[in-house]
Design a protein around this ligand. Structure first.
Ligand code: TRP
Ligand code: SF4
Length: 418
């Protein structure tokens, strides 16, 4: 059982861990004890890192409200590479999260030069996939959401160009629309808290999106009126830009507290309770009361031919509208972790951790852990040959796609362009 649960080569794991420690991302394993049930995308080592996922795990455990939001850039057809993050969203909705999906058409138009018509076409396909997987919740297109645009403008008051340059490497040639698409993504991530109510918000993404997460966490903090800090024996509520009257109200709310220039110190209080009251006071005075958003980071499924999986490399992936014979050809022609000759493979066994076919099964095609472990064992032991394995995988992929296509058709009526 051990191996398929963490099937990744230690090389890749080392690389990821270096990246994490560089940016202060934590390993997800610390959280597993909090979640009442651990989803397979965590137990199989696909979702590996997080920022502040603890507050989300606790909200799930304690049945308290939280939001779950992610976004898709409609620059091409959705394909196998997009399924993981979609499943992560659906699972969190099923655990009680309030769902939000943004179709990043402003980003696709500004950064990839996709026409609005194409954005709408691809955007609808993404939404159809999500609903087919069981997603329930709000969806919107960036370009059609005026409250989002207002929030983006407000967020923009807290960023300057040198920051964008430092984070994204923007140059003198970067278009203003590109910068706008960045601040629109910041607004996306904060939007659920404005649209409904302030609550912990989870944003599942790939590591490539972490710059947006870091920028947004900074801005969420800057848009707060207060900070609440735990000191030795007391809690200090500090005003950053709160109206005087709001600080006075914090003082009144906690008998025994002391009010100073710019801060109120509260002895013998619980941090959580103070946080909750301060947030209420902030909102009553026109503030946002944002929770700093949390994030998770997943590994990417490799392309079928070994490299990156991307819609710009058609043979690397499978879309959901491809004919059976094309699907068959792609899987049968995939790169594997097999050996140069059959004899060698029988003797040494294959290398599933390097094998796109194995990882396709691990990510999406085999739900049963025992069945996956059996494939892993037979491959390692030289019992399973790649030709046979690919044949079996092809059948699973075809069955999956046929079923998925039916579900997509059945959920077409849920897709809204708004
Ligand atoms: N930038 C993301 C991408 O390239 C799409 C996106 C837009 C997004 N807004 C978001 C992702 C908010 C997560 C959260 O795919
Ligand atoms: Fe990959 Fe299957 Fe070959 Fe093993 S037997 S290397 S899992 S294709």
């Amino acid at each position: 059982m051990e191996a398929p649960i963490n099937p990744w080569s230690s090389q890749q794991t080392d690389d990821i861990e270096k990246l994490f420690s560089l940016f202060g991302i934590e390993h997800i394993s610390a959280i597993e004890g909090i979640l009442p049930k651990v989803p397979s995308f965590i137990s199989r080592g696909v979702v590996v890192g997080h920022r502040d996922y603890r507050v989300i795990a606790e909200a799930i455990r304690d049945k308290r409200p939280f939001h779950i939001l992610t976004g898709f850039m409609p620059s091409g057809h959705p394909h196998l590479g997009h399924l993981m993050v979609m499943k992560e969203v659906v699972w969190h909705v099923q655990q009680g999260g309030s769902g939000y999906i943004t179709i990043a058409d402003r980003e696709a138009h500004a950064v990839r030069d996709i026409s609005w018509q194409q954005c709408e076409h691809f955007g609808k396909e993404y939404l159809q996939c999500l609903f087919a997987l069981g997603y329930r919740g709000r969806t919107y297109f960036q370009s059609r959401n005026n409250a989002l645009k207002d929030l983006a403008f407000e967020a923009a008051t807290r960023v300057n160009f040198s920051e964008l340059q430092a984070i994204y490497g923007f140059s003198d040639e970067t278009s203003l629309a590109h910068a706008e698409s960045v601040i629109t993504q910041v607004a996306d991530i904060l939007f659920p808290q404005v649209d409904s109510y302030p609550a912990p918000t989870l944003v599942p993404v790939g590591i490539d999106q972490d710059p947006h997460i870091r920028l947004t966490r900074g801005i969420a903090h800057k848009l707060r009126m207060f900070t609440v800090e735990e000191r030795d024996g007391y809690i200090s509520v500090r005003s950053k830009n709160a109206p005087e009257e709001a600080l006075a109200e914090v003082h009144r709310k906690f008998p025994g507290s002391r009010k100073y220039q710019g801060h109120v110190d509260i002895p013998r209080a619980g941090c959580a309770e103070v946080n909750a009251e301060v947030r209420k006071i902030e909102i009553a005075h026109g503030g946002y009361g944002f929770y700093t958003p949390s994030s998770t980071y997943h590994r990417f499924i490799p392309g079928l031919q070994g490299g990156k999986m991307s819609s710009s490399i058609p043979e690397s992936t499978i879309t959901f509208s491809e004919p059976d014979d094309v699907v068959r050809k792609k899987v049968m022609g995939a790169f594997t972790g097999g050996r140069a000759t059959l004899a060698e493979q029988k003797e040494l066994g294959g290398e599933p951790e390097k094998c796109p076919v194995f990882l396709l099964n691990l990510f999406h095609m085999v739900e049963d852990d025992a069945e996956l472990a059996e494939i892993h064992r037979r491959c390692r032991g030289g019992e399973l040959m790649c030709g046979q394995c690919k044949k079996e995988t092809t059948e699973r992929v075809l069955a999956f796609i046929h079923d998925f296509r039916e579900k997509m058709e059945a959920s077409a009526h849920m897709v809204k362009v708004e």
